[in-house]
Design a protein around this ligand. Structure first.
Ligand code: FMN
Length: 187
């Protein structure tokens, strides 16, 4: 099984990236995990769609090759970060420019969401992401979806140590998503 992880933060020491690494560690050898690098994609501009940029083709190919997608999202002002929305807007577009019957890279693709942030435990951004992922017709596993709060001094120290309970919660989502994707791969 091939899983593609998307981290909605460009920060070098992103806590969401750390969360993704922890999920990868918990998955172990039960799936092949890779990370989508998308810092180089342009802002959505329909003028660019006429001749799909190479970077967009690359991210589409990586998404298409995956059996499942796991998005790790921060929360910015109660919403998903702009970089994440920009990526998903690109991925929502038809594979053949202007031909809406040609399908997209994401339609029907199994997906799950987790996030770490402030007091709200990314409830706002994950909720928004659910709406968006359904809108672009991804196959969303809505529950379980882990949302964690950083430790009070994490932003100052740049350190977030997950509690054993948080790890167990994440592990529960790992197991659920592996089962969810495996089930979809039968068809
Ligand atoms: C523009 C901006 C807005 C933010 N708004 C929120 C917010 O609404 N809720 C929240 O929990 N954290 C908010 N934060 C703090 C982020 O949750 C925190 O920086 C987190 O560590 C970002 O994830 P990362 O470590 O993966 O980059 C905001 C940060 C930025 C830069």
């Amino acid at each position: 099984m091939k899983l593609l992880f998307i981290v909605g933060s460009m920060r070098k020491t992103s806590f969401n990236k750390e969360l993704a690494h922890k999920a990868q560690e918990l998955i172990g050898d039960r799936a092949e995990v890779s990370y989508l690098h998308y810092a180089d994609i342009p802002f959505m501009n329909q003028d660019l769609e006429k001749e799909v940029p190479e970077t967009i083709q690359r991210v589409r190919d990586e998404v298409k090759a995956a059996d499942g997608i796991w998005i790790f999202t921060p929360e910015y002002n109660g919403m998903i970060p702009g970089v994440e929305k920009n990526l998903l807007d690109w991925l929502s577009r038809p594979l053949v420019p202007g031909n809406f019957a040609s399908g997209t890279a994401v339609a029907g693709k199994p997906v799950t969401v987790s996030g770490v942030g402030g007091r709200n435990k990314t409830k706002g951004s994950r909720g928004q992401l659910f709406t968006l992922l359904k809108y672009i017709r991804m196959d969303l596993m809505e529950e379980p979806s882990c949302g964690f709060q950083l430790a009070p001094d994490s932003m100052k120290t740049d350190v977030w140590k997950m509690t054993p309970e948080q790890v167990e919660e994440l592990n529960f989502q790992v197991r659920a998503f592996l089962d969810f994707v495996a089930e979809k791969m039968k068809y």
